[in-house]
Design a binder for this molecule. Structure first.
Ligand SMILES: Cc1cc2nc3c(=O)[nH]c(=O)nc-3n(C[C@H](O)[C@H](O)[C@H](O)COP(=O)(O)OP(=O)(O)OC[C@H]3O[C@@H](n4cnc5c(N)ncnc54)[C@H](O)[C@@H]3O)c2cc1C
Ligand SMILES: O=C(O)[C@@H]1CCCC=N1
Length: 388
């Protein structure tokens, strides 16, 4: 086995979070190595696929607040690389008018002065054709929201990282971590040393953290990514300016249902259930539960009458959930030069640029730009699954 060099920082995992972290470190002239177990690009983790939603509509002010700067960082990357990564479509939020979830989102948008439009029942169908708004549901549009081009983002940010002198080694699985003032990282190919380490391993976080004596209360679930055929091609399309949507709760489900306008597969709209069944990331394809698809079929038949309520394509993706669905952005409790970004709970993509900035700040021992208390590991102290 070869010994292959010393770095200021090693980042494990070239998903959206690791790629943005490595890019931020390279921007600060840090000699950085980004390690990835699979050949890039790959579709086995959480960051693949063509599209993701970006929005400021959140129940918690701290996310909306972070998104203000995050939009600027997305725009900076677009202009630096000369690539389009974001398309504004707006996000339609629907949910029981009096429910806590719906009201919290509305309040957060108002408090943070985010441009939005409230759609009452009498004007709803003028603005949003081909959608049935349930009786008792409120509807609003976060007009800042839109679609991020996910695969294109990873290619772009990894490319920019390399242009800055960063090193990517893919097809190289990390097999061991030896903490210390200089961290020693062993892979299937070699051994590396660095002053600091960032672990952004997505669904594999706990498998890697086991090497450092830490387990977080993370649950990995498989998401069935469903695409539904338009009865009239283009009726829910990005070109026709159809928005993304989130249904906070409905007759069929207490769990969010969300969708993006048709784009990547012409004539097919992506509509998904924001939960899945437990899986081991290395055994993803053995998890065959489709009960979520039945829920989606009922919802689509009732609320999206222009879609055929039978999925035309079903792809797979993984969420890594924390108990409160907030992220983990923190130092390792025992080693101050090991930083962890994990548990992005199915909503982390849009935050990629700001998470990269924050994990970079932590790994350089700088004061983070935001209050990270909602993301600290110690909030899990009373949870059964954690071994801190
Ligand atoms: C279906 C679906 C829809 C989503 N929709 C949205 C959305 O609309 N908006 C939004 O903001 N977010 C969304 N998300 C969430 C978002 O995509 C994730 O939060 C984000 O991609 C997580 O990125 P990550 O870098 O943490 O994980 P990953 O992308 O999984 O990256 C982790 C990487 O680490 C590598 N790795 C792991 N172990 C090792 C090892 N031992 N050695 C080397 N490499 C290793 C893995 O191979 C992987 O490439 C969605 C997610 C899914 C699945
Ligand atoms: O993060 C997002 O915007 C999407 C839609 C809502 C549920 C999770 N992911």
């Amino acid at each position: 086995m070869s010994t292959s060099g010393d770095f200021d920082c090693i980042v494990i995992g070239a998903g959206v979070q690791g790629s943005f972290t490595a890019y931020q470190l390279a921007k600060k002239n840090k000699k950085t190595l980004l390690l990835e177990q699979f050949v890039l690009p790959h579709s086995r983790g959480s960051s693949h696929g063509q599209t993701r939603i970006i929005r400021k509509a959140y129940e918690q002010n701290f996310y909306t607040h972070m998104m203000e700067e995050c939009y600027e960082l997305w725009a900076q990357l677009e202009s630096e690389a000369g690539v389009k990564l974001y398309r504004q479509t707006g996000l339609l939020v629907m949910g029981p008018e009096k429910s806590e979830n719906y009201q919290n989102i509305k309040d957060t948008l108002q408090t943070n002065k985010v441009p939005m439009v409230v759609l009452t029942h009498d004007i709803f169908s003028q603005h949003i054709p081909n959608v049935n708004l349930a009786k008792g549901d409120g509807a609003l549009v976060d007009t800042t929201a839109g679609v991020l081009f996910a695969d294109r983002t990873l290619k772009t940010v990894q490319g920019q990282f390399q242009k800055l002198g960063g090193v990517i080694r893919d097809n190289e699985k990390v097999t061991d971590i030896k903490p210390g003032p200089v961290v020693r990282v062993s892979t299937s190919v070699g051994v590396y040393h660095a002053k600091s380490l960032v672990i952004t391993a997505g669904p594999w976080a706990n498998k890697l953290l086991a090497n450092t004596g830490l387990q977080l209360p993370l649950e990995v679930v498989k998401i069935n990514v469903c695409y539904w055929k338009e009865k009239v091609p283009g009726s829910y399309s990005m070109k026709q300016r159809f928005p993304c949507f989130v249904q906070t709760e409905c007759l069929e489900s207490k769990v969010h249902i969300y969708g993006l306008p048709s784009n990547e597969y012409p004539g097919l709209m992506k509509v998904c259930y924001h939960m899945g069944s437990k899986t081991d990331p290395d055994q993803r394809d053995l998890q065959k539960d489709r009960s979520d698809i039945e829920i989606l079929q009922h919802y689509i038949a009732r609320c999206f009458p222009g879609l055929i309520p039978e999925p035309a394509i079903v792809e797979s993706c993984l969420y890594t959930l924390t108990p409160d669905h907030h992220f983990v952005l923190d130092y390792h409790p025992a080693y101050s030069n090991i930083v962890i970004g994990a548990g992005f709970s199915g909503h982390g993509f849009k935050f990629g640029p700001i998470i990269g900035k924050l994990l970079c700040e932590l790994s350089l021992g700088e004061v983070p730009s935001y209050d990270l208390s909602p993301f600290h590991i110690r909030r899990f102290q009373s949870k059964r699954n954690s071994a801190l």
